[in-house]
Ligand binder design. Structure first.
Ligand code: MG
Length: 257
């Protein structure tokens, strides 16, 4: 069921968005060559506790998950792109890191992800991240009243395809509200003009993710982490946005931080 939020409810969702934005900005800043993934999770856990927020991940146990996630942040490194389960690993020079973070504050969820390189970057990694970020910008630009879900999907796909990346549509964007994953599903590829019409009050997590040279994933032995079938690297950009009469509001915006 697709739920629409009143302007007052969208205001109530702002603290969750702000907390997710600030936490991701801080964690990105603190993550360096040598940082251990378990320390990123611990730090995120401390920040959640200090803010009185609630993790959406720790007890998360969908049909495709082998066991409850057990951590509060996804850390996907290099060939891992989604659902990266933090483990005992110290980041190395040139590692491509994705942090994906969702919490609930005052009963409202926000969900956001960022990719970056620690240490000396490879050109092809920066290019992949840049395309993913521009795909997200295009998706947000298409998230306006009068458009449909397919317009967001097509906007993402056109940026990715123009840069020569193929798209896997197994995982994509989703409605966000009291829980992390609601309707509608927002595929990262689709036909413009098709699908559910975008209405004021629709709150969505938009999340293009790309792999360098494949669109196939496999699940790591940890039961969670999704990796590129050919070992190439992945990047992921995600924001939670609210569609309004005045255009999209990026609830998890970090650009001012
Ligand atoms: Mg997310």
């Amino acid at each position: 069921m697709i739920e629409l939020r009143t302007p007052a409810e969208i205001e109530q969702m702002r603290p969750a968005g702000r907390f997710v934005a600030e936490t991701l900005a801080t964690l990105k800043d603190e993550t360096k060559v040598g940082t251990n993934l378990l320390d990123i999770d611990r730090r995120a856990h401390d920040m959640i506790r200090a803010a009185g927020a609630e993790s959406c991940y720790i007890d998360y146990h969908p049909s495709f998950g082998a066991m409850p996630f057990g951590k509060v942040i996804c850390t996907s490194i290099n060939d891992a792109v989604l659902h990266g389960l933090p483990f005992d690993y110290n980041l190395r020079d040139g590692d491509l890191v994705t942090l994906d973070f969702a919490v609930s504050v005052d009963g409202w969820v926000a969900d956001s992800a960022v990719s970056f390189v620690v240490g000396t970057p490879r050109d092809e990694d920066l290019r992949l991240i840049d395309t993913t970020e521009r795909a997200l910008e295009a998706a947000i630009g298409a998230a306006v009243v009068g458009n449909r879900i397919g317009d967001i999907s097509a906007a993402i796909a056109s940026v990715a395809h123009a840069d020569g990346y193929s798209i896997n549509t197994d995982f994509g964007g989703h409605g966000v509200g009291r829980t992390m994953h609601g309707d509608p599903h927002v595929p990262n590829n689709g036909r413009a003009g098709r699908g559910y019409p975008l209405k004021p009050g629709l709150v969505l997590a938009l999340e293009p993710w790309l792999l360098q040279t494949t669109d196939e994933l496999y699940t790591d032995a940890d039961g969670w982490t999704l990796r590129a079938a050919d070992g190439s690297r992945g990047a992921h950009s995600e924001h939670t946005i609210a569609i309004t009469e005045d255009g999209p509001i990026i609830l998890t915006d970090r650009s001012h931080l």
